[in-house]
Design a protein. Structure first.
Length: 254
């Protein structure tokens, strides 16, 4: 009798998800674990939420560990990668998700609020990608997915820092895809629109925003995670690199 077991496309693979303790990062970590990956649940400060994600993954029968690192700091990124390699010996998927907002209009924006967003949302992507690229190039395989934003493609009032950082992530994605493709490493970006997370809970005018979304609602973290899972795990994504794919309910169609 033929086996009815469902093969998991990330079995024996290792994935790092930055900022994985909540929101989109949490959904991505769980989705990759469901495909068989051993997952590093990265968090910046409080370990409680990250530990809950690890427990959820282990309850599914998956492997996971929580590792603290501020990915805007090169030494902490180095420690994150070293700990992962010590545990499993290889890294196959990197999802650069960690991010923050410090929203205000340009004339009110303090230099430290500009810098904090650039440091985490853009420099963090650079530091993590640079660190894992050395490993993936040696392996001649790997998939890197950067969480960008439609704000980086179309701008958004009150988010000059965030939009600039995410636009930088998009340019970075395309360049690194060209550099790493020769060794079989793919690099893509996912650009969410308005997703129901802690960040969007702070918005004061959700009804006005929804008017500009053809599907008439906010997205869910699991809907972003579904695209990340495809880019990270599906054999059909092996020939996709340097792309930016929106998950925005049709808000931006250009």
């Amino acid at each position: 009798m033929a086996s009815t077991a469902t093969s998991k496309t990330l079995q024996d693979k290792v994935a790092i998800v930055t900022g994985a303790s909540r929101g989109i990062g949490r959904a991505v970590a769980v989705a990759l674990a469901a495909e068989g990956a051993d997952v590093v649940v990265n968090y910046a400060s409080s370990s409680g939420a990250a530990d809950a994600v690890v427990a959820e993954i282990r309850a599914m029968g998956g492997g996971a560990i929580a590792l603290q690192a501020d990915v805007s700091q090169a030494d902490q990124v180095a420690a994150l990668i070293s700990a992962t390699m010590d545990k499993w010996g290889h890294i196959d998927v990197l999802v650069n998700n960690a991010g923050i907002t410090r929203d205000t209009l340009l004339l009110r924006m303090k230099p430290e609020d500009w810098q904090a967003v650039i440091d985490l949302n853009l420099t963090g992507v650079f530091l993590c990608t640079r660190a894992v690229s050395k490993i993936m190039l040696k392996q001649r395989s790997g998939r890197i997915i950067n969480i960008a934003s439609v704000a980086g493609r179309m701008g958004n009032p009150g988010q000059a820092n965030y939009s600039a950082a995410k636009a930088g992530v998009i340019g970075f994605t395309k360049t690194v895809a060209k550099e790493l493709g020769v060794r079989g490493v793919t690099v893509n970006a996912v650009a969410p629109g308005f997703i129901a997370t802690d960040m969007t809970e702070k918005l004061s005018n959700p009804e006005e925003i929804i008017k500009f979304i053809p599907l008439g609602r906010y997205g869910q973290p699991q809907e972003v995670a579904g695209l990340v899972r495809f880019l990270a795990a599906d054999p059909a994504a092996a020939y996709i690199t340097g792309q930016v794919v929106n998950v925005d309910g049709g808000m931006m169609m250009a």
